[in-house]
Design a protein around this ligand. Structure first.
Ligand code: KIV
Length: 283
């Protein structure tokens, strides 16, 4: 661990905590976004209650075809970068595929490493009933856990694609997952891509905040991948993504203008080059 990270982690006295988030059940909606870098974390921190360093970083920043290839070291590196940009929000870091499923002890070892090396206050892991024992073990050993049920992207191969989960009779299983993770001590649950009626029922039933992504406006909070809502990620666009900006298009236009000015020798102009200083000018 870099000393800088360890010291700054200890200095975080004003950030929101997992109990603060738990206390928001049924209150004002929790505003949550992902971030993977320091500059974006600074922007997100001004407006959000929770910043998630999601394993979506693998697809969004590293061009991976799914989240399955994301490693613990990648999550830690991005967690440290985000940590440097966060002052107020609760920082949560995703546990990547393969880092927690074997045993509660494996999950504890890797979660403890994530927390110690990034300064985050909680981890997120995917799975409902099957992760109940692990969530109980982690929370009893000082590791706050955000659960994630419904469409859990690390199980994309088992689902046969990024499909809506919990339709028809499957609703019962997802409800049971929600009750299991709440009972095990998770302080919040992400509900991804489930029918709105099911999300509403879960939100009414469990005592911990639900955070929807493709779920329902009645959830206790909402989360999106920040690059999706800024229009910077184009590989695919789920129905639940609302674009609040088109930064990808703006970046494309800016890069095209730069290329055109370089080719026509319009850039750099006098404003962007240096004199030899003989006229007493200093730059
Ligand atoms: O990895 C991620 O970004 C997530 C959110 C979309 C909830 O899990």
């Amino acid at each position: 661990m870099r000393r800088e990270d360890s010291l700054s982690a200890n200095a975080r006295v004003t950030a929101l905590t997992p109990p603060d988030i738990l206390a928001r059940k049924g209150g004002d909606p929790l505003v949550c976004l992902t971030a993977y870098t320091t500059p974006l974390a600074r922007l997100v921190d001004r407006h959000c209650d929770i910043i998630l360093v999601g394993d979506s970083v693998g697809m969004v920043l590293h061009g991976l075809p799914s989240t399955l290839g994301v490693s613990l070291d990648m999550m830690i590196m991005h967690g440290q970068a985000v940590r440097r940009g966060v002052e107020r929000a609760l920082l949560v870091v995703d546990m990547p595929f393969g880092s927690y499923e074997e045993t509660p002890e494996q999950a504890f070892r890797n979660a403890a490493r994530i927390m110690a090396e990034t300064g985050c206050a909680a981890v997120k892991l995917e799975g409902g009933e099957t992760m109940e024992k692990t969530i109980r073990f982690l929370t009893r050993h000082g590791i706050p856990v955000m659960a994630h049920i419904g469409l859990t992207p690390q199980a994309v191969n088992s689902f046969g694609g990024y499909k809506v989960q919990g339709r028809g009779d499957d609703a019962f299983h997802i409800l049971r997952d929600a009750e299991a993770v709440a009972d095990a001590g998770a302080f919040s649950i992400v509900l991804e891509k489930v029918p709105a009626t099911l999300a509403d029922r879960i939100t009414e039933t469990v005592v911990i905040p639900t955070i929807g992504i493709g779920a329902s406006p009645a959830c206790d909070g909402q989360i999106l991948v920040v690059d999706d809502m800024l229009g910077m990620f184009d590989a695919f666009r789920p129905k639940f993504v609302k674009r609040f900006a088109e930064l990808g298009e703006a970046a494309d236009a800016a890069i095209a203008a730069y290329a055109q000015e370089v080719r026509s020798r319009k850039f750099p102009s006098d404003a962007h080059v240096f004199t030899d200083g003989r006229k007493g000018k200093t730059e």
